[in-house]
Design a binder for this molecule. Structure first.
Ligand code: GLP
Length: 244
């Protein structure tokens, strides 16, 4: 779906999330949301905060799992995805902090496999993700599933692509400070979500969106695996859709 601009698109995505949460609340069921970081979902989070502050939406029975976190990364660091989520969403809504899950960038290296198994089991035990929202990196990554990721991959430690680290350099005051690794949900984890929404804004994303939507399905561009799903929506602004 192509919207005239990212503001309209973000409002529509936030509306879908709000409708899902309300539907689940009516049935007395929790909503299990997969959340993303980066500039792309910020407008969605702003709109969710607005709906909450207007008294139209409560996050009391919402459980969240974030896609990824840099490794190593202290939660209180300015660049951590914990800080990002707190500043853009969690500090402004009534979510129970015990319901918030973000991969832990402080886990000892030898404990990462067990941490990842546990992260997956928590999602499974809740009946899976109701909805996963995604941005897309210029390498075609979703979460931090870089080129070479397998379609059935689970939560794991990955090595970041050089281009991804260049794109993150500004946040870290130079590429040398960008961690070389991250913990990310896998393509397989994302695929199990009952609804997947990938968002992309601006001309900068037009090339990778063309590859993701129209290109050959291949691990070289992990987002192409989404073509295999029958429950994914690409939500784009006109600029991001301009090469399609
Ligand atoms: C990071 C995140 C991704 C995100 C991507 C794009 O690499 N791990 O989840 O989709 O950046 O970022 P932006 O939305 O800022 O373009």
């Amino acid at each position: 779906t192509v919207y005239p601009d990212q503001h309209a698109a973000s409002k529509a995505v936030a509306g879908r999330i709000a409708a899902l949460i309300k539907r689940k609340q009516q049935n007395n069921e929790p909503t299990v949301l997969g959340l993303a970081t980066g500039a792309t979902p910020v407008g969605v989070y702003n709109e969710l905060v607005r709906l909450h502050k207007a008294g139209e939406l409560s996050f009391k029975n919402v459980i969240t799992f974030n896609l990824d976190e840099y490794y190593p990364m202290k939660p209180d660091a300015a660049q951590s995805y914990v800080t990002f989520m707190n500043e853009n969403l969690f500090n402004h809504i009534d979510i129970d902090r015990a319901n918030v899950h973000i991969p832990d960038g402080t886990v000892a290296l030898e404990n990462i496999p067990a941490f990842c198994v546990d992260y997956e089991s928590k999602i499974t035990a809740l009946g899976g993700l109701d909805m996963q929202i995604l941005g897309i990196g210029r390498t075609g990554h979703i979460g931090f599933n870089e080129p070479g990721s397998a379609p059935n991959s689970g939560t794991r430690l990955v090595t970041l692509d050089d281009l991804t680290r260049s794109d993150a350099a500004r946040d870290f005051g130079g590429k040398a400070n960008v961690p070389t690794k991250a913990i990310t949900m896998g393509i397989g984890t994302i695929f199990k979500a009952r609804e997947i929404i990938l968002m992309a804004w601006s001309q900068k994303k037009a090339g990778i969106i063309k590859k993701a939507v129209e290109g050959e399905i291949s691990g070289d561009v992990p987002a192409t695996y989404l073509q295999l799903s029958d429950h994914v929506d690409f939500i784009l602004d006109e600029a991001a859709a301009s090469d399609l």
